[in-house]
Design a protein around this ligand. Sequence first.
Ligand code: UDX
Ligand code: UDX
Length: 455
Amino acid sequence: MRVCVIGTGYVGLVTGVCLAESGHQVICVDNNEEKVKLMKSGQAPIYEPGLSELMQSNAKEERLQFTSDLAMGVENSDIFFIAVGTPPLPTGESDTRYVEAVARGIGACLTKGYKVIVNKSTVPIGSGDWVRKLVLDGVAERKASLGESGTEIEAEFDVVSNPEFLREGTAIFDTFNPDRIVLGSNSQKALDMMQELYTPIIERKVADDKSLPPVPVVVTNLNSAEMIKYAANSFLATKISFVNEVANICERVGADVTQVAKGIGLDSRIGSKFLQAGIGWGGSCFPKDVSALIHTSDDYGYDAKLLKSAVEVNQRQRTLAIDKLQQALKILKGKTVGLLGLTFKPDTDDMRDAPSLDLIKELNRLGAQVKAYDPIISQSGMRHGLSGVHVETDLEQLADGCDALVLVTDWEQFSKLDYQKMAKLMANPVFIDGRNFCDRKALEAAGFQYVGIGH
Ligand code: UDX
Ligand code: UDX
């Protein structure tokens, strides 16, 4: 099928590349010329394991193109994915101006033939109808500008909500091996086209385990599909806040949250995933989506108390490492703290709403110097954009003279560093494990005072 993906960020680019790998003809459109140039040269503008390789192989087989020309993408496709960002505004609402611009832009390029417009971006509930209206506005503007010849334009289309559930760092695996595909629309014609588009994924033709039964497809109306996205992310964020709250109680009563999480997670009604206690959730989705759902509830006069508490617990959790540093070092003024990891989670270069940013700010406020090492940020130009922190390019420089290390991001390589050597380089070998990621015994044997979360 002929597909156009508009917005090649963390979600759009992965979606476009994976649809090409599933055998479709895909045109990826982005209004950032620099990014388009980079993608044409075979490089992904983001760090996502395996993405550049898939981009290159699909471009070589002429299934994948990159352009900044929206009209070219629209003319040569039948299904359009809107995948531009919807960042949070200071009020907690989503900023939908990019979706608006793209929807109008698509409308202004439609000519003839039936098309499906897919909302991949996470948009406020009710946006499906709003997008439809914006596309029609775009069509009307074009018709008006063309005068007589504009009467030949026939815009026939439907809008589908198809939320994404990709985790950064494993986004390709998640696309090819989804737990479900959600399609929200009132149009059977549009739903049939979407089913056909996803057939290789539904029938596990591109899955790691091809023997699994087909992927369940959940068909709903537009509003329910939009709500599923918010409810899924809010549930997962709340689940983490729940385990973090349990961790804080564990510390007080002498229990161990890792054992407690195992003990409750084996109950199939609870499940063991997303029960890792730590210094809180961040990233481009959980904070934004929970805030947006709270905001929507407020708009309808409903006080979403549970969601508000999940955010509050998360906010408190982010500075828990500071309390632990104060307990270990007493005065932080004049001390040097080294952060292991900066990104909001491993295997990504994404710094959006990363807990490290709050930690850096609070440590600076208390007069501490902050150094950091991150496997991706330390090697990229992004390190220069960070303030209040000196980003080191190797681990020995990070440890040198530090009064404490805080593990902020659970990058795999941090589980097996030469901690003995690092402890010797430090002024004070204190290790705050913000993700309960390292082996306490190994760290203590290396000479560290080890402090975890919820132990
Ligand atoms: C996506 C969105 O779908 C968001 O709603 C969801 O919650 C998370 O995933 P993300 O992929 O993180 O957002 O966005 P981002 O990495 O910011 O990329 C957006 C891309 O769209 C950028 O490459 C930007 O250049 C491009 N863009 C933006 C356009 O092509 N046109 C525009 O008008 C605006
Ligand atoms: C999330 C959703 O999982 C995905 O389905 C959605 O569509 C996009 O948002 P992502 O933000 O990439 O994905 O990362 P995720 O793996 O969900 O982690 C989010 C945050 O929660 C990270 O900061 C992570 O460190 C934290 N986390 C996760 C925990 O603190 N404990 C856990 O047990 C799991």
